[in-house]
Design a protein around this ligand. Sequence first.
Ligand SMILES: Cc1cc2nc3c(=O)[nH]c(=O)nc-3n(C[C@H](O)[C@H](O)[C@H](O)COP(=O)(O)OP(=O)(O)OC[C@H]3O[C@@H](n4cnc5c(N)ncnc54)[C@H](O)[C@@H]3O)c2cc1C
Length: 461
Amino acid sequence: MRTDFAALAVRPIEEASYWLATRQKKSPPSLHHPDDCDIAVVGAGFTGLWTAHFIKALAPETRITILEQKQTGYGGTGRNAGMVSNCIDHNHQLAQKHFGQAQAARLAQIGLANIDELAAYATDCDFVRSGQLQMALNETHLEDNLQTMAAASQLGIDGYRCLDQAQTRQRLDSPLYKGSLYVPGGGIINPISLVDRLQTDLQAVGVNIREDTPVKSIQKTTGGARLILDNKQIDCKRVVLATDAYSHHLLPGLLHRFVPLYDYIIVSQPLLPEQKKQLGWQNKEGIMDGRTFFNYYRLLKDDRILWGTSDASYYGNRVDAAFDHSMRHYRELQESFDRHFPQIQTTFDYAWGGPIASTTRLTPFFGHQLDGRLLYALGYTGHGIGSTRVAGKILAHMALDAKSELLDLDLAKKKPMPYPPEPLRSLAIKIVTSSLRKVDAGHKPNLVLFMLDRLGIGFSS
Ligand SMILES: Cc1cc2nc3c(=O)[nH]c(=O)nc-3n(C[C@H](O)[C@H](O)[C@H](O)COP(=O)(O)OP(=O)(O)OC[C@H]3O[C@@H](n4cnc5c(N)ncnc54)[C@H](O)[C@@H]3O)c2cc1C
């Protein structure tokens, strides 16, 4: 069955993203105090909303104004797959490599505690703690799964379990699966319900949220900082920049630390009862496979399959609504879906893309500018649902000059290795992408990948 993706690809993101399109109607944000404030937050995605949440928890009297260029959840936050990873550091092996054994163990514990706290908060956001299955499509992936399980065990994390082919196909049936790794702790969530929950709670404690308000620039003043808007300005003591892949629009200097990439997703029609039976998938695990450019997928509440790809596109550092659709990706997504599930005939009702910020260590970084008046965190790669919450906690402590053990983590203190500027950047991405595609096709890593690995540089979405 063929989908008319060309018809889907003309929709604005508010209709294209399943989450934004099916969002419950919410009342427009109300304003509680003049916009001049103690702390201004730019960007109303998870990072901005969690930062405001934790600032209010630490210092309830703080006056906060959040400024969002479009609607809350307009960025990656309203466009993701809603798969909640148990890690805040991409994966345990990378954490060991970048931060050492002791800090990797600490990060693993923080990641799990973070998901527990998130689950306790997000009680009305369809959060199912189903864990994840890392599907092995070849022998190398089976070995990788064993190594991931060993790394988790070295860090004292229990519950990882390798499943053989039959056990895997019992959980979810595809002829492509050779086996899998069950990854405990995480699950699936409705991300826009979480945004709406945060927004409602923030408004209840007096936070101003201004939508359709792009910030044009940020300046230092004697007593703090000034945000320049289209037709006015806002003065504050400190600014938190929570704009992830959009951050270079306001701070071009940050661009050497990240690459903006676009990921794409399609969503099927609701499965028929006999199709559900054919698939299995009783436990609703979030699924990924072992390739660098992997598919990620999950069931939605109304029995649709959300089917995404990490085969992200780089558009020369541009982040713009012009890239919200990609016919090439939609066609490839349909093909990969058909290969995985030949038993399921369906068409797709939603298709969209969104920007992520990738760093060389695949984890976020933190910093400040304007003599400490401007703070930022970005670079969650494709794993931001859990890690934005921890980032919000870190930013809140930074913004209030409050003490926290989180601020001592290398993750919070150290920056990832830089990427080269253009035109070298495009060339490097092209070479690395084509090398990684060969590995996904079953070849051994080439010299380029070997060297990058030695330097601890990753490339993924
Ligand atoms: C297709 C896709 C799939 C993904 N899947 C997953 C997943 O399954 N699991 C997972 O953990 N993570 C996933 N992610 C990543 C995750 O969504 C992000 O890491 C996370 O949402 C980042 O949140 P954020 O608040 O930092 O940034 P965003 O959500 O991008 O928010 C930034 C906000 O800043 C606003 N803004 C930008 N510039 C300005 C300005 N000048 N003035 C005012 N406002 C401005 C934007 O409009 C935007 O709303 C996915 C991302 C994408 C795109």
